[in-house]
Design a protein around this ligand. Structure first.
Ligand SMILES: NC(=O)c1ccc[n+]([C@@H]2O[C@H](COP(=O)([O-])OP(=O)(O)OC[C@H]3O[C@@H](n4cnc5c(N)ncnc54)[C@H](OP(=O)(O)O)[C@@H]3O)[C@@H](O)[C@H]2O)c1
Length: 297
C-alpha cells in the first residue's frame, strides 16, 4: 500500500507519515526544499521535491497512492482542487487536515457557553470563509466519487512523531511569555479551547482512513482548557514568579508582533469549543485528556 503526504516535514503531516510507515505503507512526502531530506530518509519517507502549486507532481503522486494526506495548509484551495481533480473516480482515501478555528468567535478572552458540533456550526467569520469553503468542497466531492475525509482538530499538543516535534500554538505562547517576562492572556482569559494530543489525532486519522465513509467531516478534541489557566501553567513552567497577566486584544495585536493577527484573535482570544462525539461514535478512543498535566510534566 502506498501513501502520499503533503506537509510531511510538519508536525501533523510528519506524525501521520510515521504512523502510516508503521502500518506498512510506503510513504512519499512532498517537500519544497532540501532542508529536511536527510531526516525524512532516516524516518523511511521517500521525499518528492515540489510545492503545493506543482500540479503535475501532486496529481501524479496522488494517483499513484492508496491514501493521500493533505496536511500542509488548511487554507490552500489550490492543492485541494488539484487533488480532487486527480482522484475523481478512484478508491484512494484523501484525508485533509482542517482546523477548528473555523468556529472561533474572536471573543477577546470572554467566555462563551456555546459548544459546536459537526451538525451545528456557526456562520463562519469572514476571514474563515475560505477554509470552510475548502472543507465543504471536500465533503461535496464524495458525490463525485472521491473518497474524501476531513479531520478538524482543536489545539494539538504532545511530541510529534516526525521531523517537527513541536506544535504551533504552545511554543508561540511560550515565546510571547518570554518576551514579556510574564505569561499573558487576552481579556478575562475565560475563553476556552478544545485540545487533542497528537497521538490521539493520529489514531483518529488512521481510523477515518480505514472506516469512515466518503464525505466524513469530524472534529477532534478530548478536553478543553481556559486560556488563563493555560497561561498560568506556561508561566509556572518558565519559572516566572508573577502570575499570568491580562492584556487587551488591542494591546496584544499592537505590541506582540504576531506574523498574522489571527494568531492572537484565534490562538489567544477565541472560544474554540467543539464536541467530538461523532469521532467517538466511529470508535475513536483517545487516551490523553490532560493538557495542563502534560505541560506540568
Ligand atoms: N498544530 C495544531 O495545533 C493545529 C491545529 C488545528 C489545525 N492545524 C492545521 O493543520 C495543518 C498542519 O499543521 P502543522 O501544525 O502540522 O503545521 P506545520 O508544522 O507548520 O507544518 C506545515 C507543513 O506544510 C508544509 N507546507 C506549507 N506550505 C507549503 C507549500 N506551499 N508547499 C509545500 N509544503 C508546504 C511545510 O513545509 P516546510 O517544512 O517547508 O515549511 C510543513 O511541512 C495546518 O493547516 C494547520 O493550520 C494545526
Amino acid at each position: 500500500m502506498k501513501a502520499f503526504v503533503t506537509g510531511v516535514t510538519g508536525y501533523i503531516g510528519g506524525s501521520l507519515a510515521v504512523a502510516l510507515l508503521k502500518q506498512g505503507y510506503e510513504v512519499r512526502g512532498l517537500v519544497r526544499s532540501n532542508t529536511h531530506i536527510r531526516e525524512l530518509g532516516h524516518l523511511g519517507v521517500i521525499p518528492v521535491l515540489g510545492s503545493l502549486y506543482d500540479t503535475d507532481i501532486v496529481a501524479r503522486q496522488a494517483q499513484d497512492a492508496d491514501v493521500v494526506v493533505n496536511a500542509a495548509d488548511a487554507d490552500n484551495a489550490y492543492v485541494v482542487s488539484t487533488l480532487l481533480g486527480a482522484l475523481k473516480g478512484t478508491p484512494t482515501r484523501l484525508l485533509h487536515v482542517s482546523g477548528a478555528s473555523v468556529i472561533g468567535d474572536r471573543a477577546g478572552g470572554a467566555f462563551s457557553d456555546q459548544c459546536w458540533t459537526e451538525a451545528n456550526q456557526p456562520q463562519p467569520r469572514l476571514e474563515k470563509v475560505g477554509r470552510v469553503a475548502i472543507d465543504h468542497a471536500l465533503q461535496d466531492a464524495a458525490r463525485d466519487k472521491v473518497h474524501t475525509l476531513v479531520v478538524c482538530p482543536t489545539l494539538v499538543y504532545g511530541e510529534g512523531l516526525g521531523v517537527r516535534k513541536q506544535s504551533i500554538q504552545i511554543p508561540l505562547l511560550q515565546a510571547l511569555a518570554r518576551k514579556h517576562g510574564v505569561a499573558v492572556y487576552a481579556g478575562s482569559g475565560e475563553n476556552r479551547t478544545g485540545h487533542v494530543h497528537i497521538q490521539d489525532l493520529v489514531s483518529l486519522c488512521l481510523l477515518m482512513i480505514d472506516e469512515a465513509p466518503a464525505g466524513t467531516f469530524l472534529f477532534a478534541e478530548n478536553g478543553e482548557v481556559a486560556m488563563k489557566d493555560l497561561a498560568q501553567m506556561l508561566g509556572n513552567k518558565l519559572g516566572f514568579a508573577a502570575p499570568a497577566q491580562s492584556k487587551s486584544m488591542a494591546y496584544l495585536l499592537r505590541e506582540c508582533c504576531f506574523d498574522d493577527p489571527q494568531e492572537a484573535e484565534y490562538g489567544l482570544g477565541s472560544n474554540i469549543r467543539v464536541c467530538a462525539d461523532r469521532a467517538r461514535e466511529l470508535g475513536w478512543r483517545p487516551s490523553h485528556h490532560d493538557l495542563l498535566g502534560w505541560l506540568a510534566r
